[in-house]
Design a protein around this ligand. Structure first.
Ligand code: HEC
Length: 354
């Protein structure tokens, strides 16, 4: 049983790979149905946007992404996160091959998102059993008749539902949002449920955070567990714009390179959940040699931040710093007005979607 990104829930014969059934779990516009003889979709007219823009549902982020699904033999139901989204596709008339590592899809895309739910799906009848709003990441079903799921963007919550009705029966706050699926195991007759917390890259998942950088951690639960979590982190360092000046063209160039090369990890419009650092607050913004040691020469490679010298020019590195510095200025103004710097979760344009 598999719910890929394309919006259909497939039941496939494990012996010969034959598609037994496939039905939509969300609004699907790109295909009318799956042909059970061939296993292929019956595509909608203009789904390949050859005759103008096409509104594709689900959008490119998918109705269901990588987050683990769960099956309970007790209820016969499959549990999974389902997300409403749409992407407007059109051909890019200015398309030219771009460097390796950048989206080369030859189209323009504009994506918007709707509700995210935890869906309980009856795979035999291919229909919804129940649905709980505010769905999160991966799902675990246990023999105790429960379904566990983590959620949240900056801070999070680990939640238990009744597997048969979807009624929420328990929740526990976690210091980070949760995307991963949980696991369960027992030691000397005591059952544990463990989950990795941390919503990762700011690009698709993070809200903004005004906390100090807060890496995720594995949290394990048991009945009557009495461990406590470390104290909440302090406030994030303030925005750190540079006093240097950049031209409007340089800042625009920096914005483009940022969207193509940095946004997926450091967050859209340079606003990050600060698990991967929020660059508007980086000490390196005011020190070009320090900046280039990180961004070009890979000083932090062992920590997951490679150098980009093969991919971007010195001028682009300078333009990037100018763009992020201008974003830091904006954040500074927002904070002075009493805000915390809202994340500009505009639809993903040049950045693309996973
Ligand atoms: C694949 C994910 C990824 C991409 C893409 C990426 N970074 Fe990073 N970056 C990281 C991680 C992870 C760190 C934190 C490293 C550490 O813990 O020291 C980091 C740290 C940094 C820092 C240091 C911040 C600080 O003050 O602590 C700078 C500056 C930076 N990145 C700039 C960039 C720029 C500019 C780009 C685009 C050209 C970029 N990064 C692309 C993952 C990424």
């Amino acid at each position: 049983m598999q719910a890929p990104k394309n919006g259909f829930f497939y039941v496939i014969d494990r012996i010969d790979g034959r598609v037994i059934s496939a039905e939509p779990i969300t609004d699907v516009t790109w295909a009318s149905r799956i042909d059970l003889e061939t296993g292929r979709p019956v595509e909608a007219a203009n789904a390949r946007y050859r005759n103008g823009p096409f509104v594709g549902r689900p959008g490119t982020a998918g109705a269901h992404n990588w987050h683990p699904m769960a099956f309970s033999p007790q209820t016969g139901l499959v549990y999974l996160t389902v997300r409403e989204s749409q992407t407007i596709f059109s051909a890019d008339p200015d398309y030219a091959q771009r460097p390796r590592g950048v989206f080369n899809t030859g189209n323009r895309r504009q994506t918007s998102f709707g509700a995210v739910d935890l869906l309980a799906w009856d795979p035999v009848h291919q229909r919804e059993a129940w649905r709980a709003p505010m769905g999160g990441g991966g799902v675990l079903a246990t023999a105790g008749g429960l379904v566990f799921q983590g959620r949240g963007q900056v801070t999070g919550e680990f939640v238990a539902y009744r597997a048969d009705t979807g009624e929420q029966v328990w929740a526990h706050d976690t210091p980070n949002g949760i995307l991963a699926g949980a696991v369960t195991y027992s030691i000397d007759g005591v059952q544990y449920i463990a989950v990795t917390t941390g919503a990762g890259g700011g690009g698709m998942t993070g809200g903004t955070d005004a906390r100090e950088r807060q890496p995720g951690r594995v949290i394990a639960f048991r009945l009557d567990g009495d461990a406590t979590l470390p104290p909440e982190p302090g406030p994030a360092p303030p925005p750190n714009p540079s006093a240097e000046r950049w031209s409007g063209a340089q800042i625009a160039r920096g914005e483009q390179v940022y969207a193509e090369t940095c946004a997926r990890c450091h967050g859209m419009a340079a606003a990050s959940s600060n698990v991967i650092p929020d660059l508007r607050r980086s000490m390196s913004l005011t020190d070009s040699a320090f900046w280039d040691a990180i961004v070009m020469d890979g000083m932090l490679t062992p920590n997951g931040m490679v150098g980009f010298r093969e991919r971007i020019s010195e001028a682009d590195s300078h333009a990037l710093r100018g763009y992020i510095s201008s974003r830091a200025q904006t954040l500074q103004r927002e904070i002075a007005r009493g805000g915390q710097g809202a994340n500009q979760r505009a639809s993903a344009g040049a950045m693309g979607e996973q």
